[in-house]
Write a protein that binds this ligand. Sequence first.
Ligand code: AMP
Length: 212
Amino acid sequence: MNAAIYGPLGAGKNVQCKKLERRYGIPHIVTGQILRENAELETPYGTPKEYMDEGKYVPDEMINSIVEKELSEVDHFMLDGYPRTMNQLENFSEIITGLDVVVLMEVSDETTFYRLLDRKICSNCGDSYHKEYRPPDTPGECKFCGAKLTERDDDNSEDIIRQRIQEYEQKTVPVVEQYSDDVVVVDAERPHEAVWEDFFEVVEEYIPDDRL
Ligand code: AMP
C-alpha cells in the first residue's frame, strides 16, 4: 500500500493514520513528527526548529533526503505531510512511481483553530488528543502507550496557526490539485469514529491481504 494523506491542520490525519498503523501495521510516516524529533539538528539551512517555531515550512532540501531514507526502509506506507510543495512533489516522483490512493480530509478554518488550541500529543507514539473531540481515558496520559501528553510549541499561538494555514493554502493545495485524479475526499468535520469508517472504506482495498 502506497498512500498519502492530506488535509488542513487539525483535520485528524494523525488520529486516522495511527489507528491504521496500530491495527494493520501500515507504517505511518509523518514528517512533522520526524522534524520535531530532530528539531535541534544543525543543517546547512539551520535547524528545523527555527522554521517550525514560526509556522513556516522547512526548506525542501532539508526534508527531501529525510523522506527518501524513510521510504527506503518500508514496503508499505501511509505518508502524512509529504510531498507538501511542488518541489517536493517533483523529488517524490523520482523516487516513487505512483500512489495507490490519496486521501483528502476536509475541515474548515474554524475547526482547525478549535482542534489545535486544545490539542495534546503523546510524547512517545505521537498520537493526538483533544479535551472534547478526543479526550484521553486518563488525563495527561496516552491511552495506547501510557506516555505523558504534551503540547506542541506551534499549537499555542493563533498567529503561528494562521501562518501554518497560509503555508498549507499557498504551497500544499497546489500539490493536492496535481493529484486530483487520485484524490478521495473525506468529510473530517464529524466525530473521529465516523471519519474512521469512511477513511477505512477508502484505504481497505490497498491493505495487503495478510494484514487484514
Ligand atoms: P505538521 O506536524 O504536519 O503540522 O508539521 C509541523 C511542521 O513541520 C510544519 O509547520 C513545518 O514546519 C514542518 N514540516 C512538516 N512536514 C514538512 C514538509 N513536507 N515540508 C516542509 N516542512 C514540513
